[in-house]
Design a protein around this ligand. Structure first.
Ligand code: ADP
Ligand code: MG
Length: 326
């Protein structure tokens, strides 16, 4: 890191500070401080690894959120990928491109939020990289998790007749983003859903432990697009009933004023809920954890995603999911 007016801490002093915040590791034989971390291999487990970038003015605006919450979200969206495979998070690696205006305190806030969210899910910050950036704030995260050998829930396992479920509610985050972009006041609940998504770790773990899900992923780009990945990978189609989409009260209120908002529940991004398929048709009535799971449709033979109202009318979604290059 080059020396800048906002940073009196040098790169290595900041790394020492991060190391102190993380504290001694239970699962790593070597954490922050060397060229690599070391984690002993566990027999009977598969290692899951995933990376996500969060770029200023692409994924977030700094004026919309505190750096602490941004740090939390950066960890949460990565942990969500581990949830989506049914895994247990282990280690996170945090790369930061620091623009010169960010003070030492800003950096500490960002990193503290990140560590808080990681620890909330039993994961730890195990390394990273810290550089100066002339292109805004860059956050690059790698996450690792473990899952029982052969038990990871992939995208390609959905079969005709499987029920389709989602956790939580859909569209809240996209509606908050729409309000933010329009400079409208944002409902507190929706704002929370946008800024502080929750990785559905426990649900993912339960589904892989019980082997109840045939295919799963986390909703980052919107249901239409993300469920589309399951359909393509599995070579099947899906029938979705619009009335069954789980919507929050705040979302329903907005929907009463503008019926087109249903497209945000279908194709808005950043829900970070899980969508999964299962041969079991009554999961929503199962143990406590499933109180937050809703059945939205069924896997069918005919390729594509078929959206219908319960009276049979076909619905065409006016939005497609998020694609960075289109
Ligand atoms: P290297 O020269 O091998 O890239 P660094 O000097 O960049 O090493 O980092 C020293 C140690 O500090 C490494 O263990 C690295 O993983 C850790 N580290 C650097 N930046 C971060 C960060 N933002 N978060 C967590 N650990 C970090
Ligand atoms: Mg480095």
């Amino acid at each position: 890191m080059t020396s800048e007016k906002n940073s009196s801490l040098g790169e290595f002093q900041l790394i020492d500070w991060i190391d102190q915040q993380v504290g001694p590791s239970e699962r790593l034989s070597l954490g922050i401080g060397d060229d690599c971390s070391i984690q002993q291999q566990q027999a009977g487990q598969d290692l899951l690894t995933s990376t996500d970038l969060l770029l200023e003015d692409v994924h977030f605006k700094r004026c919309w959120t505190s750096l602490y919450n941004l740090g939390r979200k950066a960890a949460a969206v990565n942990l969500s990928d581990i949830a989506a495979m049914g895994g247990t998070p282990q280690a996170l690696y945090l790369g930061i491109g620091r623009p010169s205006e960010l003070s030492d305190l800003d950096m500490k806030e960002l990193i503290s939020g990140f560590i808080y969210e990681a620890q909330l899910h039993g994961a730890e910050l195990a390394g990273g990289d810290t550089c100066s950036s002339r292109a805004g704030l860059i956050i690059a995260v790698t996450v690792q998790g473990l899952v029982g050998q052969g038990s990871a829930i992939c995208r390609d396992g959905a079969s005709v007749g499987d029920a389709i479920y989602v956790s939580g509610t859909l569209g809240d985050s996209a509606l908050a983003l729409q309000q933010l972009l329009a400079d409208e006041p944002v409902d507190d609940y929706l704002s929370q859903r946008f800024h502080l998504p929750t990785a559905r770790i426990e649900l993912g773990q339960m589904l892989s432990n019980k082997q109840w899900a045939t295919a799963m992923l986390d909703l980052s780009d919107g249901l239409v697009s993300d469920l589309g990945h399951i359909l393509n990978a599995s070579g099947v189609g899906a029938e979705i009933t619009l009335e069954s989409l789980p919507l929050s009260q705040a979302f329903q209120q907005a929907l009463e004023c503008d019926a087109d908002l249903i497209d945000l529940a279908l194709a808005g991004g950043e829900d970070y809920e899980l969508v999964f398929t299962s041969p079991l048709k009554d999961l929503a009535d199962q143990a406590e954890i499933f109180s937050s799971v809703t059945r939205i449709g069924t896997i069918c033979q005919q390729p594509g995603l078929h959206l219908r109202w319960s009276d049979g009318r076909i619905y065409r979604c006016g939005k497609s999911g998020f694609d960075h290059f289109s």
